[in-house]
Design a protein around this ligand. Sequence first.
Ligand SMILES: NC(=O)c1ccc[n+]([C@@H]2O[C@H](COP(=O)([O-])OP(=O)(O)OC[C@H]3O[C@@H](n4cnc5c(N)ncnc54)[C@H](OP(=O)(O)O)[C@@H]3O)[C@@H](O)[C@H]2O)c1
Length: 326
Amino acid sequence: MTTPFRWGILGTGGIAHKFATGLSVLSDAQLVAVGSRTQASADKFADEFKAPNRHASYEALASDPEVEAIYIATPHPFHKDNTLLCLNAGKAVLVEKPFAINAAEAQQMISLSRQKKVFLMEAMWSRFLPAIVRARELIASGAIGEVRMLNADFGFRTNYNPNSRLFDLALGGGALLDVGIYPISLAFALFGTPKTINAQAHFSETGADDQNAIVFSYDQGQLALLSSASRTNTAHEAIIYGTDGSIRIPDWWHGQKLIVSTNGKPTETLDVPHLGNGYPHEAIEVAACVRAGKIESNTMPLDESLTIMQTMDTIRSQWGLKYPTE
Ligand SMILES: NC(=O)c1ccc[n+]([C@@H]2O[C@H](COP(=O)([O-])OP(=O)(O)OC[C@H]3O[C@@H](n4cnc5c(N)ncnc54)[C@H](OP(=O)(O)O)[C@@H]3O)[C@@H](O)[C@H]2O)c1
């Protein structure tokens, strides 16, 4: 019987609530501390999730000796500084997606993790879902032959609010960095780094992209057709096409079902449920890696997070989209 892995959460917004809810189903994980910019918000969050330590600053959380790993749940432009703070305090870090605003920031974070030999991982939680793990296993076993094409989207319609983090460039606004990163990350998991990148977008009045479409091509002629949006509902479907069949994943970024069609055989539906709200799986990965003395995950490696940021930098340069800090 090991002692529960001790988590701290930095920031008390929407996703922090979901991650804390996810942790609560794990018997070998404990939320021991929360850090907020205000004591009132730290207290409210800590009361809700029964966290004993509540800090009125991120610095105080980072130096809490009871915390083993910190989950960073702030808007994208703060990921870099929040991560550097926690790594410098010797805490393992799980940082929300996107890893950073751009590749230069990502490189700084990765360099510090390697220099300090402290664990760091991007919270690309979908990668750890049993459905995605199973789909990758099926592909590796040759179930659909050679994989040739991916179609994946993640678009939702939200109200336009120039002050929200989805539209305000000072808060990292734009569909690409918020949800476009999911299909991009799935394409990386299947095909690696693209050879060519072509992207188009429409922009809201703030200059943030509110819908986009991306085509990646690869050395062997494979193609990934990806889209994301913050003002348009889309199918939320991933379809992976191989030479001998396909795998369709409905609601793929939180999917629990694989619909497998292979040439000449009846379509098979596989149920692949996730734990709790799906977020426990990335937390399990962090605890397993840290306990094994690793400083990065094989499933979401740091070099891949860096290349994904470089790819999104390229896409934004095709659009002329820059953030205020750039
Ligand atoms: N994995 C997922 O499924 C998922 C889903 C949604 C979002 N995300 C990611 O999680 C991050 C946070 O998103 P969210 O939707 O949770 O955001 P949110 O609800 O706006 O919360 C962000 C929190 O960050 C802290 N913060 C620090 N500086 C801030 C500032 N200048 N303005 C606003 N908040 C600030 C605040 O916590 P305190 O007041 O306590 O300091 C705030 O509650 C984003 O990077 C996003 O991409 C991931």
